[in-house]
Design a protein around this ligand. Structure first.
Ligand code: PGA
Length: 252
């Protein structure tokens, strides 16, 4: 199984900046055991699709609407993203914080699968949950809700990204780094839950990403957590040299 390194650009870069940045990224050597995915804002996707070296990078979006078309001002559906992206991030904590709830997230998962794309389901607890010893409960609740409508064969397209909210960088250079003991039992619990739902064979094939202040200094520590096969990278993916270093360290 290839290591999966996903760049979540969040709300950064206009189309012109995207083009300039991708010219830098195209110089990165992508090791043969790494799959690298860029998730720019919607408005940058077409520019990115033209600018990327498609032998090196795939594209993903940061969200998709749960219905395919209709009177939904300002929304972009998975149906509209077909042919443009391979992956779609669903249920990021920054979207959950805006009110995106489990029911919509499960519908979005279904829409992404129905349109032949690969969802990356984000789950993670906040600091209060952690202090109240609720990390596992919250994460498993989000997992069950996100997978509610999916069959075992759908699961071959699904990636799970565990991102403890308390460990995300704040976009102003401040990061909290979880240590493996904070998160390893969560990955174990996710894998067991998937096994319980879909069986051992399916569970063994579902990729699990860690996300939360992943940077060149800490990426190999996270990649070494049992069950982790990749990273969802926010802040550090906006700096070409850092993203390059993360990709190279993930390959080892
Ligand atoms: P971060 O973001 O790497 O900046 O913490 C990760 C994410 O939110 O996906």
């Amino acid at each position: 199984m290839k290591k999966l390194i996903v760049a979540n650009w969040k709300m950064n870069f206009n189309p012109h900046e995207t083009e300039l940045f991708i010219h830098k990224l195209n110089k990165i050597d992508i090791p043969s055991n790494v799959e690298a995915v860029l998730c720019p804002p919607f408005i940058d996707l077409q520019t990115a699709a033209r600018a990327i070296d498609a032998k090196k990078f795939k594209l993903g979006s940061q969200n998709a609407f749960h219905l395919d078309s209709g009177p939904h001002t300002g929304e972009v559906s998975a149906a509209m993203l077909r042919g443009l992206v391979d992956y779609v991030i669903i249920g990021h904590s920054e979207r959950r914080a805006l009110g995106e709830h489990d029911k919509i997230i499960s519908e979005k998962m279904g829409a992404v699968i129905r349109n032949g794309l690969k969802p990356i389901l984000c789950i993670g607890e906040n600091l209060d949950d952690r202090h109240n010893d609720l990390s596992k409960t919250i994460v498993l609740d989000q997992l069950h809700a996100g997978l509610r409508n999916l069959t075992a064969s759908d699961m071959s397209e699904v990636t799970i990204a565990y991102e403890p909210i308390w460990a995300l960088s704040d976009g102003h250079g401040n990061s909290t780094h979880a240590v493996p003991e904070d998160v390893d039992f969560i990955f174990d619990a996710i894998a067991r839950a998937i096994e319980h739902l879909y069986g051992e064979e399916v569970s063994g094939k579902v990729r699990m990403l860690y996300g939360g202040s992943a940077d060149p200094e800490h990426s190999s520590m996270y990649m070494n957590i049992p069950g982790v096969s990749g990273l969802l990278v926010g802040g550090a993916s906006l700096i070409a040299s850092k993203f390059d270093d993360i990709i190279q360290s993930a390959a080892k």
